[in-house]
Design a protein around this ligand. Structure first.
Ligand SMILES: C[S@@+](CC[C@H](N)C(=O)[O-])C[C@H]1O[C@@H](n2cnc3c(N)ncnc32)[C@H](O)[C@@H]1O
Length: 194
């Protein structure tokens, strides 16, 4: 563990706890989870510690410097999830989808999930907040990686609800929260396939 990651541990724990608290109720013992856009794996590691479930990470980049131990990571092309249909009880995309060019990955996440999806995203209420998100997203993600795609595909709450309806996903719980004490809006969606 580098000095930076050691110093950052309380912040990473705080962020992971805030995120997980929004969907903890949705995870049952013995369920399997695919975490798409797993990044450093820290949130997955904390889910595993809190629930005991097995988690498979999936990403387009390895983030070797930061990557946690104990959550396996598969790398792929960012388009075709390399697992068969319905191979996980839950698929998650935590701050993933605004990094994707279109909805191909969401469709793939639906395909490999048996029933449940968890989506966590940044949302905005007006164009000023949208601009703020763009700036924040660049600063946050470029500190972490120079290779991560940042197309800024942010949606507001209404747009997310429309997309979920289009893909036949029923919202079980939608929670607005702050993963970090910053002036941004985060939204967590617990979804089931209809
Ligand atoms: C903001 S990070 C979030 C990481 C982690 N989920 C978290 O919240 O701590 C976004 C992640 O999505 C990954 N990503 C971007 N496009 C992707 C794609 N098409 N498929 C899978 N992962 C992707 C990035 O490499 C990065 O790890």
């Amino acid at each position: 563990m580098t000095l930076l990651t050691r110093l950052a541990k309380p912040i990473r724990n705080y962020r992971a706890n805030q995120i997980i608290d929004t969907f903890r109720f949705f995870i049952q013992p013995n369920e399997s989870m695919l975490s798409v856009g797993d990044g450093d794996g820290y949130v997955s590691m904390r889910i595993k510690e809190k629930t005991g479930i097995e988690i498979q990470g999936l990403d387009i980049l390895p983030y070797q410097e930061y990557r946690v131990k104990g959550v396996p990571l598969t790398l792929y092309d960012g388009k075709n999830i390399p697992f068969p249909d319905k191979s996980f009880d839950i698929t998650t995309g935590i701050f993933l989808l605004h990094h994707c060019e279109d909805d191909t990955i969401l469709k793939e996440m639906i395909r490999v999930s048996r029933k449940k999806l968890i989506i966590v995203e940044d949302v905005f209420n007006n164009s000023l907040e949208q601009l703020g998100l763009r700036v924040f997203d660049c600063v946050e993600n470029r500190t972490f990686s120079s290779e991560m795609p940042i197309p800024h595909n942010f949606r507001n709450l209404k747009q997310w609800k429309k997309i979920f309806k289009l893909f036949d996903l029923k919202i079980i719980r939608s929670t607005q929260f702050r993963a970090l004490p910053l002036p941004v809006r985060n939204q967590s969606f617990c979804l089931i396939k209809k």
